[in-house]
Design a protein around this ligand. Structure first.
Ligand SMILES: [Zn+2]
Length: 295
């Protein structure tokens, strides 16, 4: 996909530069939907040009990471959809900015089943690039997000999609979706230890329900974000703070750190500098990819 920004440098440095705003205005949501269609991605942006543009940019970023830097991030979500909070069926994520489906599910009223790894973005909270920029800024300032970049949420969900794909490829898929079964053959999984067999979905559930120790939380909070470490909403409810969210927040930060501020293109391999992070954090992130105990 060629979602390119004018490389002309501008002096104003922020997540959202005038160059980016200008370039974004050249694209329609329908135009970007057509570009995704050509790549086999079913996109429905409901005329939300800001989210459509950001998805196009993020798609290009992960393509570059895969093609140029040989990182295994080229996997595309099967569907990209924006939603209204009030249209969600039986989903406890109401109010969040986005989510990625671990298994195929009926999510939006009046619509069919969405395929495993589909990504959803909140149409009400992210109508313009300026709104996305302001949200990212305030969430970063409060310590919640690992970056203040307006692409933060778009990248974060994209990483969940990549992580889901990895889990199903390595551990197999144990759900009922025929399309997903076709893609990840549970019964031919050469990688997992079958005794006891733990499926990709089960690994995901384990990750989402596991919590970091206070010492681990301290490291993650300092180096990545409070959300990745775990935010206590009530004495019995913690948001985030699990390996699945740590991966999304850590990789989003690594990717944002290597983006050219004006062109939004990747300037270098985000993982080239081994040992730039705290060793304990690096171990936590590495373990989180495969749900290795202690991670
Ligand atoms: Zn997340």
């Amino acid at each position: 996909m060629k979602i390119k920004n004018n490389p002309q440098r501008v002096s104003f440095k922020a997540g959202l530069t005038p160059t980016i705003k200008f370039r974004a205005a050249q694209y329609s949501a329908a135009g970007i939907e057509r570009l995704f269609k050509k790549q086999g991605v079913n996109a429905d942006f409901k005329n939300n040009r800001a989210i459509a543009y950001c998805c196009g940019i993020v798609n290009d970023i992960f393509e570059t990471l895969t093609n140029k830097y040989k990182l295994p991030f080229g996997v595309k979500p099967p569907c990209l959809t924006v939603y209204h909070d009030w249209d969600l069926i039986n989903y406890n994520n109401t109010g969040c900015l986005g989510f990625c489906l671990p298994d195929s599910e009926k999510i939006i009223s009046g619509k069919g089943v969405y395929e495993t790894r589909s990504i959803f973005y909140n149409n009400e909270k992210m109508k313009t690039l300026a709104e996305m920029d302001a949200l990212a800024e305030s969430q970063h300032r409060s310590g919640c997000n690992s970056t203040n970049h307006f692409l933060h949420t778009i990248i974060h969900e994209w990483v969940h999609n990549i992580h889901n794909d990895l889990l199903y490829r390595v551990f197999g898929y144990d759900g009922t979706c025929p399309k997903t079964l076709q893609r990840y053959n549970t019964f031919n999984g050469a990688y997992y230890d079958p005794n006891p067999y733990v499926s990709g979905i089960e690994h995901l559930k384990q990750m989402q329900s596991s919590r970091y120790t206070p010492q681990q939380m301290e490291i993650i909070k300092k180096e990545i974000s409070e959300y990745a470490a775990g935010i206590r909403l009530r004495s019995d409810i913690i948001k985030g703070g699990n390996p699945f969210e740590l991966i999304a927040e850590a990789i989003t930060k690594e990717v944002v750190d290597v983006l050219d501020p004006d062109t939004l293109t990747v300037t270098r391999n985000p993982f080239y500098q081994a040992g730039k992070h705290d060793k304990k954090l690096a171990d936590l992130v590495n373990n989180a990819w495969y749900n290795i105990a202690g991670g």
